[in-house]
Design a protein around this ligand. Structure first.
Ligand code: NAD
Length: 260
């Protein structure tokens, strides 16, 4: 997708990966940008507005655990932009000691945001189609023992997004879906990990392994998120690891037998 002239919604746009991804998007001469986030970063928002006078940039306060916030934000965005072409669900929490909140933000929130956005974009309902990008994680590709709850929610995001990325949905609604799975990326989410794992570290190997995992910079991750959006193929799962984009081929383990 050529991003020039497109209307984009970014959830979590003031976060570590979000900020840098927004900056990459703004380099593409997008027409309009709505940032949905828990709290406003006024300084950054003004900087973006001043440097990008041709892009209509606005902020909507959204607590993604509140469905009414999500509904109000998309309604306001549709009224202001007319339509939106790309939605990036980039909000997230890593804190396995907060089980319900992690599930509400990472999984229920992403599902609600996706379905509400789809209501506006769905060609069968008068929308213009487009692309929905859900940010999962490498922890959403396999079980991650240190972060069992986070990993469960991210595996849910991957599966949900792959399911909607089926051609049966695309042929009906004209909206593509991709899953982005960043590897470890240097942001605040990885700080104070000892307080956020499912259980306190009870073995030195747990700390050693976590600390040894190689990380990518947030700038590299953001560049590749935007490249992945530009190359998006419906249903793709893209692992963004150490500066590279890998399109994953995830096999179906079950193929249903059909009654004749
Ligand atoms: N940093 C990594 O290593 C890494 C790796 C893989 C995936 N991810 C994912 O990338 C995304 C961005 O993470 P990040 O590393 O930039 O972390 P971050 O903590 O810097 O950003 C998280 C964003 O989510 C928003 N958010 C949190 N709770 C919210 C709520 N209730 N309502 C609305 N917004 C809320 C925050 O305000 C922030 O903008 C997350 O989905 C995260 O799971 C991060």
């Amino acid at each position: 997708m050529d991003l020039a002239g497109k209307n984009v919604v970014y959830l979590g746009g003031f976060g570590g990966i979000g900020q840098k991804s927004v900056q990459e998007l703004l380099k593409r001469q997008i027409k309009a940008l709505a940032i949905f986030d828990l709290s406003e970063n006024v300084e950054l928002l003004n900087e973006w507005k001043n440097k990008n006078e041709n892009t209509d940039i606005f902020y909507q306060k959204v607590d993604i655990t509140q469905k009414s916030d999500i509904e109000a934000a998309y309604k306001a965005t549709a009224e202001r932009f007319g339509h939106f072409d790309v939605v990036i669900n980039g909000s997230g929490l890593l804190d396995d000691r907060l089980v319900d909140l992690t599930i509400q933000i990472n999984l229920v929130g992403v599902i609600n945001s996706t379905l509400i956005a789809l209501g506006y974009m769905d060609k069968s309902k008068g929308g213009k189609g487009g692309l929905i990008v859900n940010i999962s994680s490498v922890a959403g590709l396999q079980p991650t023992p240190l972060m069992a709850i986070y990993s469960t929610t991210k595996n849910g995001v991957t599966t949900f997004t792959r399911a909607l990325g089926s051609p049966i949905h695309y042929d009906h609604c004209g909206v593509s879906f991709i899953t982005i799975c960043p590897g470890y990326t240097d942001t605040g989410i990885l700080e104070d990990i000892e307080k956020k794992t499912t259980f306190p570290f009870y073995e030195t190997r747990m700390r050693t392994v976590f600390n040894k995992v190689k990380r990518q910079t947030v700038e590299i991750c953001a560049e590749n998120i935007v490249r992945a959006i530009e190359k998006a193929k419906n249903g793709a799962v893209l692992m963004l690891e150490l500066g590279e984009i890998h399109e994953l081929d995830i096999p179906n383990l079950w193929n249903p037998q059909l009654n004749e």
